[in-house]
Design a binder for this molecule. Structure first.
Ligand SMILES: Nc1ncnc2c1ncn2[C@@H]1O[C@H](COP(=O)(O)OP(=O)(O)O)[C@@H](O)[C@H]1O
Ligand SMILES: [Mg+2]
Length: 335
């Protein structure tokens, strides 16, 4: 009897209400979540008006240098010798747009609207036309920087569709179509990359990671989503791979975020070409904050050899990417 009372006092059959509050499956016997289908059936993927090739820059994790790389890839592509490519830059990071800052356009006027088509006209700096949600936000003290986007999913999807399909990259026919539109995606596997993957014909994707394991595991998740959406992947860049101290006697690279071995293992296991290991260079960050892509001003004076290594590797990334997206485009057209 005492035994029964004792058990009653110290055990309970009431389930803890905080157990598994989302009702997610507790074991692995259920299938993994599927990519949601679009309401109203599957629409065929479309081309973006006045754009020949679409190149995504995706990182799966925030803060790894994706927008910086997107801005510099766009600039470097437009500077490719003897190509004279027309390159645009679309910022689809709706909640954290940074392309206006990186391209020196944070105080830009609101974009004009084409009188003939009603499409938005891009805003240009450093010879690269750009479009970003930030240009369309109400301003506080002349800049869009402090205005947050507080939106639910449907509004975000509508904005993404408009930014993708209702921007006139030809400026009412004054310029030829873009050879390449570089798209800065937000981090992660959320609504926005999903919409882009389902709506747009894409020709290539540059993935960006840093050496840390947290970044690499997010990268794996992102790649799996991009592959499910049949988005072509060009290759992966290891950003902040090493540091070359400009004033130290030791000329060797310092792997301050860890050696690149697990990055290379990950890339190999995912059959992803490695496009470059880019060094951490203080000037990249300083010039980005000043609104000038480092590609335009890389100099050994302040940043030492890291500067030239960063610039040469970035040039190699864009040459390889340009070859790859043309080949993928041809293959897509002939299939
Ligand atoms: N190779 C690099 N060397 C030095 N700083 C860098 C480098 N790449 C990126 N950064 C800096 O890291 C910060 C995050 O970069 P950002 O492009 O905004 O990342 P993300 O778009 O992935 O969130 C920025 O301050 C940027 O200037
Ligand atoms: Mg960013």
């Amino acid at each position: 009897m005492i035994n029964v009372m004792f058990r009653r006092l110290f055990t309970t059959t009431i389930r803890n209400p905080h157990d598994n509050p989302l009702g997610l499956p507790k074991n692995n016997s259920r299938p993994a979540p599927q990519i949601p289908r679009r309401a109203g059936g599957i629409e065929p993927k479309r081309s973006i008006p006045n754009v020949h090739h679409v190149l995504l820059v995706s990182s799966c994790k925030g803060g790894v240098g994706k927008s910086t790389i997107a801005a510099n890839v766009a600039t470097a592509l437009s500077l490719l010798p003897s190509r004279r490519l027309r390159v645009g830059l679309l910022d689809l990071d709706i909640f954290g747009p940074s392309i206006p800052t990186l391209m020196g356009l944070k105080h830009a006027q609101e974009p004009e609207v084409s009188t003939s088509s009603g499409a938005l006209l891009p805003v240009t700096n450093h010879a690269v036309p750009t479009m970003s949600m930030a240009y369309l936000l109400p301003r506080s003290q002349g800049s869009q920087e402090d205005t947050p986007v507080v939106w639910r999913g449907l509004m975000v999807q509508k904005a993404v569709q408009q930014l993708l399909f209702q921007v006139d990259w030809s400026f009412e026919g004054k310029y030829p179509p873009l050879d390449v539109l570089v798209v800065d995606l937000p981090p992660g596997t959320g609504d926005i990359p999903l919409s882009v993957g389902q709506l747009v014909k894409v020709d290539g994707t540059i993935l960006v990671s840093t050496p840390q394991d947290v970044s690499l595991s997010d990268t794996r998740r992102g790649i799996s989503m991009l592959r499910k959406l049949e988005i072509p992947l060009t290759g992966i860049v290891l950003n902040n791979a090493y540091y070359l101290c400009p004033t130290c006697k030791d000329p060797n690279p310092q792997y301050i975020f860890g050696p690149p071995a697990s990055f290379h293992n990950t890339a190999r296991s995912l059959s992803l070409p490695v496009l470059a290991e880019l060094p951490l260079v203080p000037g990249v960050s300083i010039s980005g904050d000043r609104g000038v892509p480092y590609m335009l001003i890389a100099s050994q004076d302040e940043d030492g050899k890291g500067s030239t290594q960063w610039r040469d590797r970035m040039k190699a990334v864009v040459s390889q990417t340009w070859e790859d997206i043309q080949a993928k485009r041809k293959a897509r057209e002939s299939s």
